[in-house]
Write a protein that binds this ligand. Structure first.
Ligand SMILES: Nc1nc2c(ncn2[C@@H]2O[C@H](COP(=O)(O)OP(=O)(O)OP(=O)(O)O)[C@@H](O)[C@H]2O)c(=O)[nH]1
Length: 715
C-alpha cells in the first residue's frame, strides 16, 4: 500500500526521486518525528546555558555556569525519554538503531524477537551494556503500525540469503552500536520514549556573534522550532557592545540595538519559513525566552509581567498586520539559567515537543531502509568527519544490510539537505562531496573574513588590496588557506567550489573582449566591499544619458539581509565584466556597475530593504528601443537570482518601477508595483508634478514582454 501522505519536502523533489521514494516505501516505512530546535539570540544572552539546562548530560556537568562563547553552530542530537527529559543521542544510538533494526529484522523474519534481544544482550557482559540491551528488548513491546508493511525486498533477500545470515547481520550491527555507546550510559532514570514514535531533537546552538549571521541563514528553514533568547536585564534600546563590531556583513550596523537583533531574527525566521504566499496558514514555531530572571527586581509575578511587557514592546515595533506575529507562540518563558532545577526548563521542553507535534511534517512517513543511511551519516559525524566524499558515502551504503544504490542515495541526500541535516548540491563538482557538519561551511566562510592573521611579507601588498578592494588574488587565497584549520585547507578546491556556488566569491570576467569575457584568475569577495560610493546620484541618475526607469525589488516585511545584495553582486560579476574607472573596478559598499556591451552599463545598488537596478547608455543619441531584449534578460537574471537566494516557492519581494519622469532617483519614492498595471492603464504619481504614469511608460523597458501580453489580452 502506498502512502497518500507524501512528505512535503519529497513533493518538491523531481518525479524520478518521488518514484524512488514510493518504491522505497513499499519495502517498509516508518513515522519520523525529528525536531530541529534552533536556539538564537545575541552573544552572551544565555543560549548555551539554556541548552545545557535542557539536556540531561549537560545538566549533570559541574561548572555548568561557565560557558565558552559558541563558535559557529554547536549541534546536539538528543532523544526524548519517558520522563520528558532529553538525552544525548550518541549515548543511546545503540539502543535507537539496535531497536529499530531489530524491529525490521523481527517483523520481516517472523523470528522470535526474544532470540535477537537475548543474543544481543549475551554479547555484552558489563551491567551498563545489559541495561542498554534491556532497553533494546523494551522496544519490542511497541507495535508500530508502520512496521507491519510487507518488506518485499527484504523477503527477496531472504530467499537469496540464509535467514540466519540476515539475523546475524542485524545482531552484529546492533552489537556494534552498543559497543560504541557503552560509555557514560549510566542514565537509568528513564528509558527511551518508544510510545511517541522515536522523537529526536537536534538542538542547534547558534553563535551570537554577528559575524556568523550571514551564514546562519543557510540553516533556517520551516522544519524548525525556534527559541529566541533575550536578556531581560538589557533594555531594548541599549546599543550592542562595539566589541562585536562585525555585523556589517549581515546589515547590522555598529550602533544596532537589542531590538534590532530581536527583529533581525524574527524577520530571518519568517523569510525562511516559506509562508510568504499565504497559501498555508502559519503555525507558531517561535518560543520567546527571557534569561537572567535572577537579576530582575520584584516578586515572581512582577518579573513574569515585566518579561511579557518586554516582549510585547519588542513585537509592537513590527507593522500592525505583520505576518511575523503568526509565528510567535503564545506561551513565553522566563528562566534563571543558573538554577538548572528550575521547573521552567521542564515546561519549556514540553512546549517544544507540543509545538512540533502540531506541525505538518509531524508523523510523516519515510522508508525504513533509510535508517541505515541515517545511521551511517551519524556514524561519520561521530568520527568527527565534517565533510566526506560521495564515494565514501556510497561505500558505506554498500556495507548496509539493504543498500540504497546510487540513485536512491542521491534522493536521500537531497532530502537530507532540504531538511537541513547536511549540505549536498547535486550539481557540477559539488555532487562529489557531502558536508555533514554545517559548522564546516561556517568555518570555510570565516577564513575569507580578514582578522588578525599573520601574513607573509611577500603577500602584504596584495593582502592590503584584499582588505581595501575585496580582490582575492591567488597568493592571498594561498595565505588564507594556509592560516585555516586542516579540515578546511585539505579541502581547498571544495571550499572554493562551495563559496562560488553560494555566491560568497566570484571570478570577474575580462572586459577587453566586451560581453564575451572569460573569467580572470582571481576572485572578488562582495561582502567585503567597503569603499564608499561617490555621490550616489551621479551613478544612479547620470544627466543627459538615455536610461531605463529604475527597477526596484522591494522586500516584504521591510527586511533585506544585505548578504542578498552581496550575492547578487557575485552573480553579476560572473555574468558581465565589471565596469572600471581610472583603472579601478566600480565596486563599492552597496553599489556596483557592470558593462553589458559597448554602450550599456547596468547599475545595481541597495538601501534598507530595496534593491535597485538601472541600465544606462553612454551614447547620448542612442535609442533604447534597440536593446529591449537585453533589458528583459537582465531583469530575469536579477529576479531569478534573488528568488533562488530565498529558496521559496513564492516571492518575498515586489517588482516595482520608479516614476520614469523622476529626474533623480530618490530612495523609496515614486515606486509603482508593476502588478497593478495589469488592471490599470495609468496611475497618478504622488511625487513629481501631478501627472500620471502610463502602463506603457512604466513597462516598456523592463517588462516589454509582459506589457505585450497585457495589451493583447485587453484587445
Ligand atoms: N545570572 C545569570 N547569568 C546567566 C544566565 N544565563 C546565562 N548567564 C551567564 O551569561 C554568560 C553567557 O552565557 P552563555 O550561555 O554562554 O551565552 P550565549 O548566548 O550562549 O553566548 P554566545 O555563545 O557567545 O552566543 C555565562 O557566564 C552565563 O553563566 C541567567 O539566567 N542568569
Amino acid at each position: 500500500m502506498l502512502s497518500d501522505k507524501l512528505p512535503k519536502d519529497v513533493q518538491q523533489l523531481d518525479d524520478k526521486a518521488i518514484t524512488l521514494f514510493y518504491k522505497a516505501l513499499e519495502h517498509g516505512k516508518e513515522k519520523v518525528n525529528n525536531i530541529r530546535l534552533m536556539v538564537v539570540g545575541l552573544f552572551g544572552v544565555g543560549k548555551t546555558s539554556l541548552v545545557n539546562n535542557l539536556i540531561w548530560e549537560f545538566r549533570q556537568k559541574k561548572n555548568n555556569t561557565k560557558t565558552l562563547s559558541t563558535e559557529g553552530i554547536a549541534i546536539h542530537r538528543c532523544k526524548l525519554m519517558t520522563d520528558g527529559d532529553w538525552c544525548l543521542d550518541t549515548e543511546l544510538k545503540g539502543v535507537k538503531f539496535g531497536g529499530r533494526i531489530q524491529k525490521v529484522v523481527c517483523n520481516n523474519n517472523q523470528i522470535s524477537r526474544n532470540t535477537l534481544s537475548e543474543t544481543s544482550a549475551n554479547y555484552e557482559t558489563s551491567s551498563s551494556h545489559d541495561l542498554l540491551a534491556e532497553r533494546v528488548t523494551s522496544t519490542e513491546d511497541h507495535e508500530s503500525q508502520s512496521q507491519t508493511e510487507p518488506l518485499q525486498t527484504f523477503k527477496e533477500r531472504m530467499t537469496l540469503h540464509k535467514e540466519d545470515e540476515i539475523l546475524q547481520h542485524g545482531i552484529k550491527f546492533a552489537k556494534k552500536m552498543l559497543e560504541t555507546t557503552s560509555e557514560n550510559s549510566e542514565k537509568s532514570k528513564a528509558s527511551l520514549d518508544e510510545t511517541k514514535n522515536e522523537i529526536t531533537v537536534s538542538v542547534w546552538d547558534f553563535a551570537g556573534q554577528t559575524l556568523y549571521y550571514s551564514t546562519h541563514q543557510f540553516f533556517l528553514n520551516e522544519r524548525s522550532i525556534y527559541v529566541v533568547v533575550m536578556d531581560m536585564t538589557r533594555s531594548l534600546k541599549d546599543i550592542v557592545s562595539k566589541s562585536d563590531g562585525l555585523g556589517i556583513w549581515c546589515g547590522l550596523v555598529d550602533s544596532c540595538t537589542y531590538l534590532d537583533i530581536f527583529k533581525f531574527w524574527l524577520n530571518a525566521i519568517h523569510m525562511n519559513s516559506d509562508c510568504q504566499s499565504g497559501e498555508r496558514a502559519i503555525k507558531p514555531t517561535v518560543i520567546l525566552v527571557g534569561t537572567r530572571k535572577d537579576k530582575m527586581k520584584g516578586s515572581a509575578e512582577e518579573k513574569e509581567n515585566n518579561m511579557n511587557l518586554y516582549f510585547d514592546n519588542a513585537l509592537c515595533s513590527f507593522d500592525k498586520y505583520s505576518p511575523i506575529f503568526n509565528h510567535i507562540n503564545k506561551k513565553r518563558f522566563l528562566v534563571n539559567n543558573l538554577s538548572p532545577k528550575d521547573s521552567a526548563f521542564v515546561e519549556l521542553r514540553k512546549e517544544i515537543i507540543s509545538l512540533a507535534a502540531k506541525q505538518d511534517y509531524w508523523d510523516e512517513e519515510y522508508p525504513v531502509r533509510w535508517i541505515h543511511m541515517e545511521q551511517t551519516l551519524d556514524k561519520m559525524r561521530d568520527e568527527k568527519r565534517q565533510i566526506v566524499k560521495i564515494k565514501d558515502v556510497e561505500k558505506e551504503d554498500l556495507e548496509n544490510i539493504h543498500p540504497l544504490g546510487k540513485e536512491e542515495l542521491t534522493s536521500f541526500l537531497e532530502l537530507q539537505h532540504k531538511q537541513g541535516n547536511i549540505i549536498f548540491f547535486n550539481s557540477g563538482k559539488l555532487k562529489d562531496i557531502v558536508v555533514l557538519a554545517p559548522q564546516w561551511i561556517i568555518e570555510a566562510f570565516k577564513c575569507f573574513i580578514p582578522h588578525n592573521q599573520k601574513i607573509e611579507a611577500t603577500v602584504l601588498k596584495d593582502w592590503e588590496e584584499y582588505k581595501k578592494y575585496a580582490i582575492l588574488k591567488p597568493n592571498v587565497l594561498d595565505e588564507v588557506m594556509k592560516n585555516s584549520p586542516p579540515y578546511i585547507h585539505e579541502y581547498r578546491s571544495s571550499v572554493i567550489n562551495y563559496m562560488e556556488y553560494l555566491n560568497v566569491i566570484a571570478k570577474p570576467l575580462t572586459s577587453e573582449e566586451g560581453i564575451t569575457g572569460i573569467p580572470l584568475d582571481f576572485h572578488i569577495v562582495p561582502c567585503l566591499l567597503s569603499r564608499a560610493p561617490p555621490p550616489l546620484h551621479d551613478f544612479t541618475s547620470p544627466p543627459d544619458k538615455p536610461q531605463t526607469p529604475v527597477l526596484a525589488f522591494v522586500f516584504c516585511g521591510k527586511f533585506l539581509p544585505p548578504s542578498f545584495f552581496h550575492r547578487l553582486v557575485a552573480v553579476c560579476i560572473r555574468a558581465w565584466p565589471i565596469s572600471q574607472e581610472r583603472g579601478r573596478y566600480c565596486l563599492f559598499n552597496g553599489l556596483a556597475i557592470f558593462t553589458l556591451n559597448d554602450i550599456y552599463t547596468l547599475r545595481i545598488w541597495y538601501m534598507d530593504y530595496i534593491i535597485y537596478a538601472r541600465i544606462v547608455c553612454c551614447s547620448e543619441n542612442e535609442k533604447l528601443d534597440k536593446f529591449i531584449w537585453l533589458f528583459q534578460e537582465v531583469r530575469r537574471k536579477l529576479k531569478k537570482s534573488l528568488k533562488d537566494f530565498v529558496h521559496q516557492s513564492s516571492s518575498v519581494f515586489e517588482e516595482c518601477i520608479q516614476c520614469p519622469d523622476m529626474k533623480v532617483s530618490l530612495h523609496n519614492e515614486g515606486l509603482f508595483i508593476v502588478k497593478q498595471f495589469k488592471y490599470k492603464n495609468a496611475i497618478a504619481c504622488p511625487v513629481c508634478n501631478p501627472h500620471a504614469v502610463t502602463r506603457s511608460n512604466a513597462m516598456k523597458h523592463w517588462f516589454k514582454e509582459r506589457l505585450d501580453r497585457i495589451e493583447t489580452d485587453d484587445e
